[in-house]
Ligand binder design. Structure first.
Ligand code: A2P
Length: 316
């Protein structure tokens, strides 16, 4: 398994299991199936609403498969309702309890947007947000750093941050994020953001690498292009006797990003892990490069305010 190194030399497996949209009742078996076939990297988040089941599966699988905690790499994310500096540690501790872990390998600020702590998951109006004056990202970041210094987290980073937002944070801290997790796939290649992260020693994780077609209806547009049905992806898959999913995953790894395909299907969980066995040549990479159309499956609109407080979240 290809690995990527953090600044202190710790490493993360290139392929992890995504758990967003993995329903309660299914996510535990998915985690168990993944660990059984060799995954050691699992990507979680409090807002996915399934961390308790993931935690139970991790504990059980570590016993059954004789896996040491140190072999695992577990990521979770701070939800937008917990950005005030005093709310970070309690949120992290809840996640640790749910996942039945003493520490996380990686904790990310999930979105560069703060919601009021008392709202139920998603805002209904602009009044449900906290402004950047009320909850400066820098203070959230300092609280993450504090949790790291307490040994509760090994690495800290962010998610859904544009280069502009990263650069804003970098001017305020000596401790740059170690990871930026963003939407990345052939239709949204984000070369500039990847270069920016590389130049600043920030690793990048690709989410929605397969197009996340299992998103809830209210997060989908009617005319979305399909990645898994794309002709070029399918012809490359045929050429290598592989599946379209494997091509998409291998492509992400080939361009030095970490990738977290989600599946709750044991066959596809194994198939995705085996994508490391195929190799894409330069011609394949060139053909896939042509597919970029700056298309976001997750346009971030659900996170934005009507007023100016949080507008144009991806700074495009
Ligand atoms: P399932 O969980 O039934 O396998 P993403 O990782 O981009 O969020 O995409 C997840 C979606 O892709 C889910 O609907 C998942 O369904 C499906 N999926 C996962 N792996 C594969 C694969 N190898 N081939 C086709 N679809 C896949």
């Amino acid at each position: 398994m290809k690995k990527f190194a953090f600044r202190n030399g710790d490493s993360i497996d290139a392929i992890g299991l995504g758990t967003w949209k993995s329903d309660p009742g299914e996510v535990g078996s998915a985690v168990k199936a993944a660990l059984k076939v060799g995954y050691r990297h699992i990507d979680c988040a409090a807002i996915y609403g399934n961390e308790k089941e993931v935690g139970a599966a991790l504990t059980e699988s570590m016993k059954t498969n004789n896996i040491d905690r140190k072999e695992l790499f577990i990521t979770s994310k701070l939800w937008n309702t917990n950005h005030r500096k005093e709310d970070v540690l309690p949120a992290l501790k809840q996640t640790l309890r749910d996942l039945q872990l003493e520490y996380l390998d990686l904790y990310l600020i999930h979105w560069p947007v703060a919601f009021r702590p008392d709202i139920d998951d998603f805002p209904q109006s602009d009044d449900d947000y906290l402004s950047l004056e009320d909850a400066p990202i820098f203070e959230t970041w300092e609280a993450m750093l504090n949790a790291k210094n307490q040994g509760l987290i090994k690495h800290i980073g962010v998610s859904n941050f544009s280069a502009k937002k990263l650069s804003g944070l970098l001017t305020e801290t000596d401790h740059a994020p170690e990871m930026n997790q963003v939407e990345l796939h052939p239709y949204l290649q984000q070369d500039d953001l990847i270069s920016y992260c590389k130049d600043n020693n920030i690793l990048v994780t690709a989410y929605s690498p397969l197009g996340s077609s299992d998103r809830p209806k209210n997060m989908k547009k009617e005319d979305e292009p399909s990645l898994l049905e794309n002709e070029v992806i399918n012809s490359i898959a045929q050429k290598h006797d592989a599946t379209p999913g494997q091509v998409l995953i291998k492509w992400a790894v080939e361009r030095d990003t970490i990738v977290i395909p989600k599946s709750t299907n044991p066959g596809r969980i194994e198939e995705n892990f085996k994508s490391r066995e195929i190799s894409l040549d330069q011609e394949d990479m060139n053909r896939i490069r042509q597919l970029d159309m700056h298309y976001r499956y997750l346009d971030g609109k659900a996170m934005e305010t009507d007023g100016d407080m949080y507008k144009n979240i991806f700074d495009e």
